[in-house]
Ligand binder design. Sequence first.
Ligand code: BES
Ligand code: MN
Ligand code: ZN
Length: 486
Amino acid sequence: MDFKTQVIGAQGLSGVGAEALLVLVSGQQVPEGLDPALADALSAAVKDGDFAFKSGQTLYMHRVAGVKAARLVFAYLADDTAKTLRKSIGLSVTYVKGSGARQLAVAAVGGPGWTAAQAEAVVAALSDATYLYRETKPSAPPPSKLALVSLLCSKADAPAVAEGLLRGDAIAAGTLLAKECANLPGNHCTPTYLAETAKSLGKEFGLKVEVLDRKDCEKLGMGSFLAVAKGSAEPLKFIVARWMGGAKADAPVVLVGKGITFDSGGISIKPAAEMDEMKFDMGGAASVLGTLRAVAQLKAKVNLIGIIPACENLPSSTAVKPGDVVTSMSGQTIEILNTDAEGRLILCDALTYAERFKPAVVIDIATLTGACVVALGHHRSGLFSPDDALAAELLAAGDKALDPAWRMPLDDEYDEGLKSSFADMANVGSRAGGAVTAAMFLKRFTGKQRWAHLDIAGTAWKSGTAKGATGRPVPLLTHFVLARAR
Ligand code: BES
Ligand code: MN
Ligand code: ZN
């Protein structure tokens, strides 16, 4: 889908040549100065009780007299926030996404005009609403015909709208990449597939991509990562992708994404119900790839490095066993009491590896704990950081991107449960506060780095009838990285 701006006043809307016209209405009455043909249609609808100036209202009309666009949609905007706009677009696009319309024009009337954040939200809402997984489903309905969306705006708003569209487009492309990767079944999206995806992204966008294999990881002493990977015949990959858009001396932002392409739990095997959803356990990795794509597409003047430890977590005669003790790359030993707490075991070595880049900040992103889903549900990702300034930056980025997070605690008291009689630490504590103990485990591997951890177990995908990846937190991460660009 392509997006562009078109400068036009509210009086000219009936002449807009697009095949569909979406008019977002604010205020408590038919806006003054609205094109007469549209104003007449809207007042008639209000009189007939088919439209009200209330949140959630939408109305579809076909071939309205005096209106050039064959399809006309009205949608009510209760306020001028990007969040409300995203909802409103999501509701109204259902009328046109499966129609014959190839072009859609979007206008806002009765309100203050467009902001960059709103333009970005329009792109996010439309690309979300028109996305459908079809990679392994030949019977899926054909893609939406919508190919061109114009935002109708005033001359004064046009620069901000153009900026919002550009950013929105990059974030949407990154989010789409993350969704496609995460939705692919585990037998398709293997560690090797993730590595190939990173390489082709590198070719297309000028990233430097390096892929380490088992032997390399052995040389580096990644005993913890290797312990998880050895239960599977599928070869592990340790992916490092760099976007060096900043100055040479700029310390990079490093993103570390959990890339478990299937999590059976290993010897501490999971129950059968919903185990299929553990193909999404590489959602952190997918979000790192998506963010790299977005940032590189925008040619942002920033250095960004993505690190992805990728493997499967399976039970087998070569799998790691409960009670086994391994030595991590940091030299610290770990007693693996539960092989299903594998995310932290692959991330800890990646966090140690990250130190060589002398990062400005390192952020890991992981579908890490069921406990985080219990704590926060599916709306906000869990954010953990001992660094108040960094936590504030990430929370703000999430709010701006409509991809929100919520800060969780990291008091030393939560570390107690990780004590082991046989190693420097155990990989699990008690059940209570499980999202926090997982973060406390990771904290032991962050050294002097400025670090934050995002637990996206509740936000990376949706279950139920609309099962599928969300592409989160690509919007949060992209906003965060862009805010740090020169
Ligand atoms: N990938 C899972 C976390 C998960 C579970 C995410 C369900 C989303 C939904 C992770 O590897 C895991 O299994 N964590 C365990 C940790 C426990 C053994 C301490 C969990 O949350 O049960
Ligand atoms: Mn697990
Ligand atoms: Zn897992």
